[in-house]
Design a protein around this ligand. Structure first.
Ligand code: GDP
Ligand code: MG
Length: 370
């Protein structure tokens, strides 16, 4: 199965395609630039050109970044990661802002501006909670399809004056598909037109049975505007987190998921990463999706430089060679060569997959025409 096209081989060696074709011919192999040759043949040619052979396969990649099985005694409690979902305009952003305000101590007030799409709060009881800015349902789905399970608890926001709407239903099915427990926040109860009972009965039709209806899903009436019910919501989250017994080993090579990433004019590629295992440190070498790098700086949700970030902590990571995608997994590796090889291997595999998909279509089209 390991094969490479002549053109790609030439490209990777930075040699002219014609020279590679000629060298193949001298070895008795007639191949045009788009034909594939097997790995052994490629190796011969590479050596012929005086280059070094570095083979990376799927299993090598897995070996390098193999999730080290953490022993029970190495696991320590970690903060829950909460995503707020719900229909547009039902108050997701307002609720996130209100939660941040209530947990900000008076000394900090005003000094807190959110820098990244995620933040941590400490409740009055001293519990730390990590909130992800709702990434949008599409992003949530794409992250899950990339294998990144980033959230432990979904807070489903439903406006009491609007009840269950299409994106509410979508959010319910995302949470169910991901197997993530839900807490219902019935928002805007300060409004005269608010009808929390309608929200609860609407939810019944989607098999979400809240505690008020003798079900098991916690429901809390809140107002992002007046602050009503926010403490109860945080308590509900804390209770749910306790039930989940969330743990991670902070003392290992870090693994995390990209929440968002962009190319910053001044700072280069920047990724917001939610650390899920281990502790990410300044100077760590890592591979993330098809990119790699060395942590040049870590910046927390308050915009401060930090030297490390442990499980459930969201941080901005600087020092990437390119911009990864939301949902890409970050793994710390032992050496830069490993990180680069894995990134290049993945980029190459993705390119081949696209090419194969393209070739199949062309063949289909040809057959249809024939
Ligand atoms: P999102 O689209 O879900 O993020 O919703 P927003 O947070 O942007 O809120 C949509 C609108 O609802 C804004 O005009 C908010 O001011 C308003 N809103 C949000 N929460 C409340 C609330 O608790 N009470 C009232 N009366 N209005 C709210
Ligand atoms: Mg919003």
């Amino acid at each position: 199965p390991e094969a490479i096209t002549v053109a790609e081989l030439a490209n990777r060696m930075a040699e002219r395609v014609a020279d590679v074709v000629k060298s193949l011919m001298q070895s008795g192999i007639m191949a045009t630039q788009n034909q594939t040759i097997d790995a052994d043949t490629a190796e011969l040619i590479i050596e012929e050109f005086g280059h070094k052979v570095v083979r990376v396969s799927d299993s090598d990649v897995e070996d390098v970044i193999a999730s080290v099985e953490d022993k029970d005694e190495d696991l320590q409690p970690r903060p829950p990661v909460i995503t707020i979902m719900g229909h547009v305009d039902h108050g997701k952003t307002s609720l996130l802002d209100a939660i941040r305000q209530t947990s900000v101590t008076s000394g900090e007030a005003g000094g807190i501006t959110q820098h990244i799409g995620a933040y941590q709060v400490t409740t009055k009881d001293g519990q730390v909670l990590s909130f992800l800015d709702t990434p949008g349902h599409a992003a949530f789905t794409s992250m899950r399809s990339r294998g990144a399970q980033v959230t432990d608890i979904v807070v489903l926001v439903v406006a009491a004056d609007d009840a269950v709407m299409p994106q509410t239903v979508e959010a319910i099915s995302h949470a169910k598909a991901a197997g993530v427990p839900m807490i219902v926040a019935i928002n805007k109860v300060d409004k005269p037109s608010a009808n929390p009972t309608k929200v609860r009965t609407d939810l019944l039709q989607h098999e979400v049975i809240v505690e008020e209806m003798s079900g098991e899903v916690q429901d809390v009436e809140v107002s992002a505007h007046t602050g009503q019910g926010l403490d109860q919501l945080l308590e509900a989250i804390a209770l749910q987190a306790e039930i989940l017994e969330l743990k991670a080993n902070p003392n290992r090579a870090a693994e995390g998921a990209v929440i968002e990433a962009q190319l910053d004019v001044g700072r280069g590629p920047v990724a917001t990463v939610l650390v899920q295992k281990g502790t990410l440190k300044q100077g760590d070498i890592f591979v993330v999706g098809e990119q790699y790098g060395k942590v040049r700086a870590l910046i927390n949700d308050k915009g401060e430089r930090v030297s490390e970030a442990g499980p459930s902590v969201p941080v901005e990571v600087l020092g990437l060679n390119g911009t990864p995608e939301a949902g890409d997994v970050l793994n710390v590796t032992a050496t830069e060569a490993q990180a680069r090889e894995i990134a290049e291997y993945r980029a190459h595999a993705a390119k081949e997959k696209r090419a194969a998909a393209g070739a199949a279509t062309t063949l289909d089209q040809l057959l249809q025409k024939a």
